[in-house]
Design a binder for this molecule. Structure first.
Ligand code: ATP
Length: 270
C-alpha cells in the first residue's frame, strides 16, 4: 500500500537551521517537537496513552517555507514524511475519498513514527460548499479527526498547510483539532537577509559577497515582497549565469545577482 502514495516515505534531511528566518514559527514547532517526544516517552514507559492528537496548521503565502518547516519537524522527530497529494483524496466516487483517507492513515501508522503533511488543506477540508468535495465534506472532516485521534498513539503527527486560512472548515480549527496555527509570512528584510545568506553559503561566491557588504543590503532591499522560494529562484538563476560564464570554476558575483533581480523584475512587470 505504500506504493499507493508515490511520494517517498522516508525521514527527510532538512534541519531547522537550513530554513532562513521564521524564528517564531521555528520556536513554536520546536515546542511541538518537544511535546510529541514527551508523549512518545510517556507511551514507552507505559505512563499514558502517548501520542499527540492535535494537528498543526501552517498558513501563509506560497513559497514561504511551510513544506520545509514540516520536513524539518519530521527530521527532528526522526519521523518519516508522508506528503499527501490532495488529488488522491479528491476522488470522485461516493465514499472513495473516505477510503483513500483511511488507507492513507493505515500507511502512516505502518510507517510510524510518521508526519503526515496535507498541503493545500482547504482543497479537501474547505469551508462547506466552497470545496470540490462538498458533498462529502462533513464525513471527511469527521473521518480526518477520528483518524488523527486513533493514529496519534501510534506516533502519527498531522501537519496541514494552506494559503487561505479563511478557506478551512472551522470545524477543523476548534480546540483539540488543528488548534496550533502558525503564520508563515512573506519574509521581512532581516529574514530575507538570513534566507539569502543561507542559500549563498552553499554556492561558490566571489570574495566579498557576504552580509557585511553594502551591496548585500541593496539586494535585500531590492527583493522586497519576495518569498523564500523567489529568493531561491533568483540566486539559482544568478548561479546559472556564473556557470555559463565559467563552467570549470564558476564564481557568483554581485553583478550576477543584480542581473537576476533585474530579469525577474522585468518578468513580473510584463
Ligand atoms: P506552497 O505554499 O507553495 O506549497 P511552501 O510555503 O510550502 O509553498 P516551500 O515548498 O517550503 O514553500 O518552499 C519552496 C522552496 O523555497 C524551498 O524548497 C526552498 O528552496 C525555498 N525556501 C522557502 N522558504 C525558505 C526559507 N525560509 N529558507 C530557505 N529556503 C526557503
Amino acid at each position: 500500500p505504500l506504493s499507493q502514495y508515490d511520494a517517498p516515505v522516508s525521514v527527510p534531511n532538512v534541519s531547522f537551521d537550513d530554513i532562513g528566518g521564521l524564528d517564531r514559527a521555528k520556536a513554536l514547532l520546536g515546542d511541538v517537537v518537544a511535546e510529541v517526544k514527551a508523549a512518545a516517552s510517556a507511551r514507552d514507559i507505559g505512563d499514558g496513552p502517548g501520542g499527540f492528537a492535535r494537528g498543526v496548521l501552517l498558513h501563509g503565502p506560497p513559497g514561504t517555507g511551510k513544506t520545509m518547516l514540516a520536513k524539518a519537524c519530521a527530521s527532528a522527530l526522526g519521523a518519516s514524511f508522508l506528503a499527501v497529494p490532495m488529488s488522491r483524496i479528491l476522488v470522485g466516487f461516493v465514499g472513495a475519498s473516505e477510503k483513500a483517507l483511511a488507507s492513507l492513515f493505515a500507511v502512516a501508522r505502518s510507517a510510524a513514527p510518521c508526519l503526515v503533511f496535507f498541503d493545500e488543506l482547504q482543497a479537501v477540508f474547505g469551508v462547506r460548499g466552497a470545496s470540490k468535495a462538498s458533498a462529502s465534506d462533513n464525513n471527511l472532516v469527521t473521518l480526518l479527526l477520528t483518524e488523527m485521534t486513533a493514529s496519534a498513539p501510534h506516533g502519527v503527527l498531522v501537519v496541514g498547510a494552506t494559503n487561505v486560512l479563511a478557506g478551512i472548515d472551522p470545524a477543523l480549527l476548534t480546540p483539540g483539532r488543528f488548534d496550533i496555527s502558525i503564520l508563515v509570512d512573506t519574509p521581512g528584510p532581516a529574514d530575507r537577509a538570513a534566507i539569502l545568506s543561507g542559500i549563498l553559503a552553499a554556492m561558490p561566491c566571489a570574495a566579498g559577497l557576504d552580509l557585511t557588504s553594502p551591496r548585500f543590503d541593496a539586494i535585500v532591499t531590492a527583493t522586497d515582497s519576495a518569498s523564500g522560494a523567489d529568493l531561491h529562484g533568483l540566486v539559482h538563476a544568478a548561479g546559472l549565469a556564473a556557470l555559463l560564464r565559467n563552467v570549470v570554476s564558476p564564481t557568483l558575483t554581485y553583478d550576477d545577482l543584480d542581473a537576476s533581480i533585474a530579469r525577474s523584475a522585468l518578468l513580473h512587470s510584463s
